[in-house]
Design a protein around this ligand. Structure first.
Ligand code: ADP
Ligand code: 5GP
Length: 212
């Protein structure tokens, strides 16, 4: 029987580079990972396509999905709803894929509470100044939204200790590979490999019996 995949949450301040990192990871190791696509009520950016970066929805559609229990988690971030559709995540985990959720902190903590086996990673910028420059350099938000997102970063920074790991996004390729290696180690935790351990015990006992 195929082993179930693990659920990995990646969070970080706006502009850290987390979308870039998870997208590259999912592309580089496409056999291993599935990247969940969230639903949001925020307006699409110029380069974004419905069904690729997000499922863009109305408030009504989003609220209907909440009522139908269609999300694993959902949250409000600076005036817009964001949520993780349940069906895709459950199907991919069942198929043995490691599923990546790129979501903010309130959602991350909801997932950890419902599914305590979830691995939580907080991606950090090398410095606050670099964060600001990346956010501004992306050129997708007005100065007012940038200001709100930086203020939100101050609040989010209070919750980082609730994550299992931090990862610094300085050199992009190093960060992507670092995340992959962290996940590989996480998958080797003894507590995540009980069937394998139990089978080894059984094989050892059988072998010993055969010798006597
Ligand atoms: P987030 O999803 O965390 O809001 P993005 O992935 O949109 O951030 O990245 C913000 C900006 O920073 C983008 O313009 C992206 O190309 C750039 N970026 C991401 N990672 C790095 C990096 N390691 N070094 C320099 N620029 C980066
Ligand atoms: P952005 O508008 O920059 O794409 O995303 C804003 C914030 O919402 C980011 O912190 C991003 O990680 C988070 N986010 C994206 N999708 C989801 C989701 O499905 N659930 C939650 N809780 N946050 C999300």
């Amino acid at each position: 029987m195929k082993q179930k995949g693990i659920l990995i949450v990646v969070s970080g301040f706006a502009g850290t580079g987390k979308s870039t990192v998870v997208k590259m990871l999912a592309e580089k190791y496409s056999e291993q990972y599935a990247l969940s696509i969230s639903m949001t009520t925020r307006e699409p950016r110029k380069y974004e396509t419905h069904g690729v970066e997000y499922f863009f929805s109305t408030k009504e559609e989003f609220e209907r999905t909440i009522a139908e229990d269609g999300f694993i988690e959902h949250a409000c971030y600076i005036g817009n709803y964001y949520g993780t559709p349940r069906k895709y995540v459950e199907e991919q985990l069942e198929a043995g894929k490691d599923v990546l959720l790129e979501i903010e902190i309130q959602g991350a903590l909801q997932v950890k509470e419902k599914l305590p086996d979830t691995m939580l990673v907080f991606v950090m910028p090398p410095s606050a100044e670099i964060l600001f420059n990346r956010l501004k350099g992306r050129g997708t938000e007005t100065d007012d939204v940038i200001r709100k997102r930086m203020l939100r970063a101050v609040e989010e920074s209070q919750g980082i200790e609730q994550y299992d790991y931090i990862l610094v996004n300085d050199d992009l390729d190093v960060c992507v590979e670092g995340l992959h290696q962290m996940i590989q180690s996480e998958k080797l935790r003894a507590s995540r490999n009980i069937p394998f351990i139990e089978n080894m015990r059984k094989e050892l006992v059988d072998l010993k019996k055969g010798e006597v």
